[in-house]
Design a binder for this molecule. Sequence first.
Ligand code: COA
Length: 181
Amino acid sequence: MAEFVELTTPRLLLRQWKDGDLDRWAELNADPEVRRHFGSLLTRAESAGSLEAFRTELAERGWGWWAVQLRDGGRFLGFAGLDPVDEEAPVEGVEAGWRLHRDAWGHGYATEAARAVLRYGFQELALPEILALIAEGNTPSRAVAERLGMTYDPSADFDDPTLPPGPHRRTVVYRLRPSAG
Ligand SMILES: CC(C)(COP(=O)(O)OP(=O)(O)OC[C@H]1O[C@@H](n2cnc3c(N)ncnc32)[C@H](O)[C@@H]1OP(=O)(O)O)[C@@H](O)C(=O)NCCC(=O)NCCS
């Protein structure tokens, strides 16, 4: 079992998942606005399953999709983290990701959490590159990648076979190397 790592930023704590996160995690995944670019909503059971999978992965590997909470007051906001790109995607490597409850949008939390995640990926995991795979039309998420200094690679656009058929399958790829991070 890996030693579990917490990450802190001025306003946020990236930590292991707790059972008490489930209510807001399920609410977030059942919100059509949050899931707008995923093509489906998650049931509470599906959210519970993903929470458990993320918890196990963090415990075993020491890194993955961290739960994000406010340091001040402890409110659970969503997740940010790193994960190997799905095998079915035509690009390889480790991707960064972020997903927040709607009440946490518009405060810079996603970018702040992701900065800590990228630092961890480059400094502690010595990754040669970190990717972000984002639905083409997901302007807020693309803006996060751009604020992080990631570069859009138009040659890597693809249709994500793991998503339900439809326009949200079109996916764009952002890349970042440590020297630029
Ligand atoms: C993607 C997502 C996390 C982006 O959220 P976001 O709130 O737009 O991004 P940030 O947390 O970085 O916040 C940036 C905004 O906060 C504002 N802000 C307010 N206070 C701030 C502060 N103290 N510091 C920095 N930014 C601040 C910024 O000006 C910016 O607003 P703008 O977009 O109007 O310019 C959110 O839209 C989301 O969860 N979407 C659903 C899930 C999803 O699509 N995930 C990505 C899959 S690839």
